[in-house]
Design a protein around this ligand. Structure first.
Ligand code: IFM
Length: 801
């Protein structure tokens, strides 16, 4: 595996001059009218009413922009993202920014004696995802609208999104996320576009009127899918992308909950139903639009680029084949050619649960989707015939490449189907792509090398800098103008200010102000933190591969060092954790408990004198992340090398004037190369080290030879952080000492040494500031604008010259 990044992609071309919305005649009056339509006056309106009235007004304005469908009718090509997750964050503030209405609305509200911030605080976040994938999808929809590329994001309108996280006695408690309880002003129900989706039953062969052999699916369940549209505006582009989410209307409403647990057969079945439901609705919707525009199914790929994100939507390949062959009467070869030309596949995760093909057990697929199983088997037969003719006598290869895993219980290998049924396949960082090519689907890479490429993720500078860090944005704009908002490469102009004492001091003041705001939020949970301490943050889903527990081993090590040597020279640190653990992932939930357990002991120990504090910010959301990133001095991206596909929080942190401590994983490598190795705290094994060492790796040997590590683990085991309870953390200890799948122990020494370096550098405030300015100024390539340009150019073949 070569973890070296590919050459940086070209910068985003300059956008055309923004078309501003029509000048406001009286925004105040429109707002009062909008309130009136809710049956309220200014006197009787609650903040929630006023928020709804304002949101309705903004939404109506957005709906006046040309829809992607209207663009299609005009002859434009349309991009369609398929994803089971979307995390838009709060809409109102972002929409006002992108429509350039923030000042105007702020002023109108002020004249009405209403605080805009109070209204913004009313919005309920729709957490229709678990993290990075969902957030990335919305960044891309926003960037596509900014670049005026017509786009629709298709997904599921879960009635309950990711759970709200409460903490009780250090344990995570999941509370149902009733995000629709106050209604949702941003969406419009489009029941006139409802479609039907079928499940179960059997297939039947027949001869059609033209004497052709055909198959029909006689299903035994029909579900109605109703689309709900949410506009996602571009930045001052007078264009929107559409987020079209499908709600299932059936006795058994399987669009109700985001990702039910899939450890049981029942869970896997519901998940497959959800996946098929939304892709079938979406494909039918696209075909409807296409036929209304072109009247001819054969030209589908000329008009649509369909991007399959991760494993969830991959059944779309079989469904498009079914629709084309069974419903639209195309020949198999015509249908296959169209399918391959339309689809491209992005791999967003290499974790077993994301690639898990056990959920596509042959009997499950056959029961729920009998026609799709037949189609998949037919694709497989034709494909394996081709493999046999190219590699005569190589039956091992045939078995390896089969779409069906025949070892033991039989499963459909969906990622293989994706590699076959798409014209382009990409990973989301250089390393992720290299692993995909060489370790996950090497035979497919050997056969179709031209299909594979890396498309490193990027984030929206609007949401994650302009909106969430207005102080820093203003400072940047005051020095280099505001073109960076749509062309992030402009940040490079900041580089020359890294030695300007006044600028450095302003830069530091911004960080300090953002830290103060976060400290105020933390204070609400009863913990006082020192804003002059280093804010050391790990805000991300709780997962063993992200290794929050490695971070905890460092905290315990520092704690022990202070206890042994009370005069130890050490810059104060505030360790901030935030993130959710999947409800059925007991090890991750135990890590949440361990954070709290350590916090309780360390924060209260008088010997520590507040030099280290540990904080857990509950209920990590996009909104909370927007507060955390700008306040971060150091972010921990410390996953086991080869397990984090890319990461996007690491990018956001650096743009916001923070530094990273990280492994050689995901996009860390590309960030390191962009900002300079000297500005990145790197430690740990490489993927190749891990591949080489794993067969003989003995965690207990490491434990026995590193006294500080041994002490830290022994303390957890012996109840130092659990009032003497020696049972509580045993499952974690057992995992670490016996197999340590995530190689915490192997990376411990190098991590601790790297953290010592962090402390040294942080003690030199000027040096630290200079490093953060240089790093931020070199982050241009990590913008969502660059990423969507790359997809437009290479994958969707639609970059306007
Ligand atoms: O950034 C990635 C992350 O590494 C794994 N989940 C999906 C994200 C978006 O691609």
């Amino acid at each position: 595996v070569s973890p070296e990044p590919t050459a940086p992609e070209p910068t985003a071309p300059e956008l055309t001059a923004p078309e501003l919305p029509l000048p406001e005649i009286s925004f105040k009056q429109s707002f009062l009218d909008s309130l009136f339509r809710l049956g309220k006056s200014q006197e009787t309106a609650t903040s929630q009413d006023s928020y709804t009235a304002l949101a309705n007004l903004v939404r109506d304005r957005l709906l006046q922009f040309k829809t992607p469908e209207a663009h299609l009718k005009q002859g434009d090509r349309l991009v369609s993202e398929f994803s089971a997750e979307y995390m838009p964050g709060l809409h109102l503030a972002s929409n006002l920014l992108n429509l350039d209405l923030t000042d105007l609305v702020g002023q109108a509200m002020q004249e009405l004696n209403i605080k805009l911030d109070d209204l913004l605080a009313q919005e309920e976040e729709s957490g229709l995802g678990r993290g990075g994938l969902g957030r990335l999808m919305v960044c891309y929809l926003e960037a596509l609208a900014t670049a005026k590329v017509p786009a629709i994001g298709y997904g599921i309108r879960y009635e309950y999104g990711i759970f709200d996280q409460e903490i009780s006695n250090g344990w995570q408690i999941e509370v149902a996320d009733e995000w629709l309880r106050n209604g949702n002003p941003w969406e419009v129900e489009r029941s006139e576009l409802a479609v039907e989706v079928q499940f179960g039953g059997r297939t039947e062969a027949y001869i059609d009127g033209q004497e052709r052999y055909r198959v029909r699916w006689v299903a035994d369940e029909t579900v109605r899918g109703v689309p709900y549209d949410t506009p996602i505006p571009g930045y001052k582009s007078s264009a929107i992308s559409l987020l079209r989410l499908w709600k299932a209307e059936a006795a058994e409403n399987f669009s109700k909950v985001l990702y039910p647990s899939d450890t049981e057969f029942q869970g896997k079945q519901v998940r497959l139903k959800q996946q098929f439901f939304f892709v079938s609705c979406s494909l039918q919707d696209l075909i409807r639009m296409h036929l209304e525009t072109d009247g001819m199914i054969a030209t589908l790929p000329d008009r649509f680029a369909l991007q399959l994100n991760d494993t969830d939507p991959l059944i779309a390949i079989a469904e498009l084949m079914r629709l084309l062959v069974d419903e639209h009467g195309l020949t198999w070869d015509q249908a296959w050619q169209i399918t391959q030309s339309c689809f491209a596949y992005t791999n967003h995760s290499l974790l077993p649960e994301a690639l898990d093909y056990t959920q596509y057990a042959l009997n499950l697929v056959g029961t729920l989707l009998p026609r799709h199983l037949e189609i998949t088997l037919e694709i497989n037969d034709r494909f394996l015939e081709d493999v046999r003719s190219r590699f005569p006598g190589d039956e091992d290869r045939v078995q390896r490449m089969s779409l069906i895993d025949e070892r033991g219980d039989r499963y459909v290998r969906m990622v293989y189907l994706a590699c076959l049924g798409s014209h382009a396949v990409n990973g989301v960082s250089a390393l992720n792509t290299a692993i995909l090519q060489h370790l996950i689907v090497p035979d497919f890479y050997e056969l179709y090398p031209e299909k594979f490429s890396a498309k490193t993720n990027g984030v929206s500078p609007r949401r994650f800098l302009a909106l969430s860090n207005p102080r820093l944005s203003e400072l940047i704009t005051s020095k280099i103008g505001d073109r960076w908002i749509t062309d992030l490469e402009q940040l490079s102009k900041l580089e020359k200010f890294a030695d300007d004492a006044e600028f450095c001091s302003q830069w530091r003041q911004v960080k300090q102000a953002m830290k103060q705001e976060l400290a105020d939020t933390i204070q609400q949970s009863g913990v006082a933190v020192d804003v002059n301490s280093l804010f050391d943050v790990q805000a991300i889903e709780i997962h063993e591969h992200k290794r929050q527990h490695l971070n905890l081993l460092h905290i315990i090590t520092l704690y022990n060092r202070i206890k042994t040597n009370p005069h130890l020279e050490l810059p104060s640190r505030t360790f901030i954790f935030s993130g959710k653990a999947a409800p059925d992932y007991s090890a991750a939930k135990l890590i949440v408990k361990l954070v709290h357990a350590i916090a309780e002991v360390v924060n209260a120990d008088p010997d520590v004198q507040g030099r280290i504090k540990v904080v857990f910010l509950k209920d990590f959301t996009i909104q909370l992340s927007q507060q955390i990133y700008p306040a971060t001095d150091l972010a921990e991206y410390i996953s086991t090398a080869g397990t984090e596909a890319c990461g996007i929080g690491n990018m956001i942190t650096v743009m916001n004037g923070g530094l990273l401590i990280g492994t050689r994983d995901g996009s860390n490598l590309e960030i390191r190369d962009a900002i300079g190795t000297e500005n990145f705290f790197q430690f740990g094994l490489t993927v190749n080290d891990i591949l080489a060492q794993r067969p003989t790796y003995s965690p207990s040997e490491v434990y026995n030879t590193n006294p500080e590590l041994k002490q830290a683990i022994d303390q957890i085991a012996s109840g130092t952080f659990s009032n003497g309870d020696t049972e509580l953390f045993q499952p974690l200890i057992h995992r670490m000492l016996n197999w340590d799948a995530h190689l915490l122990l192997a990376d411990y020494a190098s991590y601790i040494a790297c953290q010592e370096q962090v402390s040294q550098v942080y003690a030199d405030g000027d040096r630290w500031t200079r490093m953060t300015i240089l790093s931020a100024s070199r982050m241009g390539q990590f913008s969502a604008d660059r990423a969507v340009q790359a997809y437009c150019r290479d994958t969707w073949r639609m970059l306007k010259e």
